[in-house]
Ligand binder design. Structure first.
Ligand code: ADP
Length: 479
């Protein structure tokens, strides 16, 4: 089903509500005006009936019938609204009937014994009347009295009011329709502007932003939100482009080395030893390249969130010890003294053993790599203030303060002059950070240039299991 534009829907809703309101208002005005006019007329008629009753009590017994007619004539003419009065005795004999009443020929039926007066309405030709019929008892005789008032003008006024409402309501609705449509179109202009700008932003112009209308309303909030979203998209787009560029750059070098080494070796006939050396060099480069590709893959999967680490209860100390045993030989080769102290052995976490091993390997590897021969690397794993903490300290080259905030970035190397053989690809700490995040752990570094560095991994959620005779008592550490 085709959806109508929002301004049309807004106007339609507004119109529907307005129609209902106007219909209710018009109805209420008409009914209230009619009721109020009727109340005024009826109370006037009641007052006139009371006055007539008093007049009759005073005159009927004292005046002879001939004069009584004149008295009634005079009285009826003096009444407001004219001489619409007729009086009949219970026996049916007319006491008085004014001329205008005769003309109207309104039937005078005596009211029942129970009621003292009753109201009725009647129409004679083009004129309408409101009538009160009452019972008056004078000297043990009952009379039926009828007083009428001409309501033609009131009816006319009410008719006019009705027509006025019937004509003016559609007019008001028409005006409101035009006004409502104009207003909603006007109110939606900034939305259209934001939409047009958003539509015009292409993939190569992610640095462009929407103009934010300073209206302090939902529109401003929407534009700001869209701008924030654009900034996030731009950021990740930049990171992706940078990552691809850095990755290609990193891969180009070893491939070039392998190619040149092979080309030189093949250029002329050489002895076996030279070929062996060349092949050895190619192998080393190939190994480095394949580990670089592994790292790149890990980070690419981490970015796409496709690689969700499978978590299961894992012993942290076990991972640390395993990494330590692997690094020992490398350290010995480099004559760097390494030591590990695991104070708390049974600390468990919902984690991934392989990933944790990699995290500790990166830290041990870096510590040994960036510590000159004769230096010292010492690592401790313990529970400090309810949290399990791994801390590795080296007496190596240290990191300059300006590099410290960047070392967890991809491809960042603090010392740019270091050769690829000495340093690494600059991906180790980025991977370590990702693994730490996935294990709700915090990774920090403190370092002094020329003196050494300390890397700390603090696990925010872990539990320690203490062996108590046969039962293992599990104590949850702070979350
Ligand atoms: P790399 O493969 O180059 O070691 P990393 O991501 O592991 O990459 O580390 C990034 C940079 O941080 C390194 O190039 C190095 O300059 C610096 N760094 C890391 N660990 C240490 C350390 N223990 N001592 C001194 N510098 C370090």
């Amino acid at each position: 089903m085709m959806r109508l534009p929002i301004r049309v829907r807004l106007t339609a809703w507004y119109l529907a509500v307005l129609c209902v309101c106007l219909a209710i208002l018009g109805g209420v005005i008409l009914v209230a005006a009619r009721a109020s006019v009727a109340r005024i007329i009826d109370s006037d008629l009641s007052a006139r009936l009371t006055a007539t009753r008093i007049f009759m009590e005073q005159h009927i017994s004292s005046e002879p019938p001939a004069e009584l007619q004149d008295e009634f004539q005079e009285y009826s003419a003096s009444q407001p609204g004219g001489a619409l009065l007729q009086i009949k005795e219970e026996s049916g004999e007319w006491i008085f009937q004014s001329l205008s009443m005769q003309k109207c020929a309104i039937e005078l039926a005596p009211s029942s014994a129970a009621e003292s007066s009753r109201f009725s309405s009647t129409v004679r030709g083009e004129r309408s009347f409101r009538i009160i019929t009452g019972k008056v008892a004078v000297r043990a005789r009952n009379y039926a009295v009828q007083i009428a008032t001409d309501t033609t003008n009131f009816t006319l006024v009410l008719q006019r009011l009705k027509w006025l409402l019937l004509i003016s309501t559609p007019l008001a609705i028409g005006l409101a329709l035009a006004g409502g449509y104009w207003l909603s179109s006007r109110a939606l202009v900034p939305v259209r502007r934001v939409t047009e700008t958003a539509r015009s932003i292409g993939g190569d112009e992610l640095s462009r932003r929407l103009d934010i209308p300073q209206t302090g309303d939902e529109l401003q909030f929407l534009a700001q939100t869209l701008n924030d979203m654009l900034a996030r998209i731009e950021n990740s787009f930049k990171r992706m482009t940078q990552f691809t560029a850095d990755a290609s750059h990193e891969l180009r070098t070893p491939v070039a080395i392998m190619r040149t080494t092979a080309e030189i070796a093949l250029r002329q006939k050489r002895d076996e030893e030279t070929y062996r050396k060349a092949l050895q060099e190619v192998l080393e480069e190939a190994e480095r390249t394949s580990s670089l590709i592994d790292d790149l893959l890990t980070l690419a999967r981490a970015d796409s969130a496709a690689q969700q680490l499978e978590l299961s209860p894992t012993n942290i100390a076990e991972g640390i010890e395993m990494a330590f045993s692997r690094i020992k030989f490398l350290a010995a080769e480099k004559t760097v003294a390494v030591s590990l102290q695991v104070i708390q052995r049974e600390v468990w976490i919902e984690g991934n053993h392989e990933a944790l091993l990699r995290l500790f390997l990166v830290l041990f590897d870096n510590a040994v790599k960036y510590t000159p021969a004769g230096g010292k690397v010492s690592a401790v794993f313990d529970v400090v203030k309810g949290r399990s903490v791994f801390r590795i300290q080296d007496s190596g080259i240290g990191i300059a303060p300006e590099d410290l905030p960047c070392i967890f970035e991809r491809f960042y190397r603090a010392d740019k002059t270091r050769t690829r053989k000495q340093g690494g690809s600059g991906l180790g700490l980025a991977i370590a950070k990702w693994i730490a995040d996935a294990h709700k752990a915090e990774i920090r570094v403190e370092s002094t240039l020329g003196k050494g560095s300390v890397f700390t991994v603090e696990f925010l959620e872990s539990r320690i299991e203490l062996a108590q005779q046969d039962d293992a008592l599990s104590v949850s550490l702070e979350k």
